[in-house]
Design a protein around this ligand. Structure first.
Ligand code: TYM
Length: 355
């Protein structure tokens, strides 16, 4: 790829490689689930604790691509922020904010709408899943263009790594395609080609009612998921009622291959305990679900109850949550604005008004 102007040459400075920076986001389109916790939040905390610069966002602008009641959206955005903090995100060490407070996301999202192609968007499996059996023509234009706003979220910070669950892989490939096309079209080396971080045993936590379906906040059945707001009794009851087969747990992880429900529960156990799948299988080989499920319920309650408790404490002071989000937005904006200014420069927009 030619690089007539490198990122830092645009501002007249010496070129530097992109520094490691993590960005990730969660939609406040419902309460957070165990899937969000194990696939995303828990790993966000690990990345923060590894000392990498971390930027985390409640993506409220993404949430409104499908209808959201305004009162609930505000509540869910605060609740999501409370979940981040309760899970271990320190808003002094990480930047934590909600997307709509940093207008640069929408501005870069528009520019990427002009870089991305209609064909790319129509091949997104999430778009296809969300419109399956429905009249796609009646969906919002925002839902269709959703991945280009997601690419803007990431590239606005020149983020190099993005921890996500398995379901976001294709969106991150599209983010890479947008970065490559932008760099190619404008003959610059401006945007990094990001690296998806899809790691660990819980990159795809499945529904408790159907081991072939992802656990999701939008599933109509509340029994299909564990919510981070569920109390101990509810968590234990949902695990007790979780669908399983009639066989005992096997001797090897490979034997879980065609047992999606059993595999899911073992994966959840491993992720919560911080053990490998092989270790859990070794510990429970030959056990019936009558033994395994109560052990899993105890573990889930032990790990999740302190988070739920802390979320409830934080939610009692919404003003403090808003203050934290506002402070995070100021710090996010300070990184994003100069990068966006360079994008306007590269794309030929006149910016003659002072500051
Ligand atoms: P969202 O809000 O659907 O999910 C947030 C994060 O949780 C992960 N996740 C899961 N991981 C494992 N098992 C599950 N059952 C499960 N359900 C959800 C998701 O993979 C994700 O990491 N498009 C994104 C939000 C977004 C974003 C971004 C993410 C917007 N801009 C920029 C990263 C970077 C989404 O809808 O995630």
């Amino acid at each position: 790829m030619s690089s007539a102007a490198s990122p830092d040459q645009v501002g007249g400075q010496t070129p530097t490689p992109f520094k490691p920076r993590i960005f990730s986001g969660i939609q406040p389109s419902g309460g957070l689930t165990l899937g969000n916790y194990l696939g995303a939040l828990k790993r966000f905390v690990e990345k923060q604790d590894e000392g990498i610069e971390t930027i985390y966002c409640m993506v409220d602008m993404h949430a409104i691509t499908t209808w959201q009641d305004p009162v609930k959206l505000r509540q869910q955005t605060r609740e999501g922020a409370a979940a981040f903090i309760a899970a271990g995100i320190d808003p002094k060490r990480s930047i934590l904010f909600n997307q709509s407070q940093v207008g640069a996301h929408a501005e870069l999202g528009w520019i990427f709408n002009c870089v991305a192609r209609m064909g790319w968007m129509s091949r997104m499996t999430q778009w296809k899943d969300k419109t399956a059996g429905k009249n796609a023509e009646a969906e919002s234009l925002g839902l269709f263009a959703y991945p280009s706003l997601m690419a803007a979220d990431i590239l606005l910070y020149h983020a190099t790594m993005v921890p996500v669950g398995e379901d976001q892989k294709q969106h991150l490939e599209l983010c890479r395609d947008i970065a490559i096309k932008f760099n190619h079209d404008y003959k610059v080396d401006f945007f990094p080609v990001v690296e998806p971080l899809i790691e660990g045993v819980a990159t795809r936590v499945m529904s408790l009612r159907d081991g072939t379906k992802k656990m999701s906040k939008s599933d109509p059945s509340d029994q299909s998921r564990i919510n981070l707001t569920d109390d101990a009794d509810t968590i234990a009851a949902k695990i007790r009622k979780a669908k399983t087969d009639s066989l005992p747990l096997p001797e090897t992880a490979a034997e879980l291959k065609d047992r999606p429900e059993a595999r899911n529960l073992v994966n959840i156990y491993a992720a919560l305990a911080g053990h490998s799948l092989d270790q859990v299988i070794r510990d429970f080989a030959g056990a019936q679900f009558g033994t395994f499920k109560p052990a899993l319920a105890d573990l889930a309650v032990a790990k999740l109850s302190p988070i739920t408790h802390e979320m409830n404490r934080l939610m009692a002071d919404p003003g403090e949550i808003d203050r934290i989000l506002g402070d995070g937005a100021d710090r996010a904006d300070a990184i994003a604005r100069p990068i966006l200014d360079q994008v306007y420069d590269i794309t030929g927009m006149i910016r003659s008004r002072p500051g």
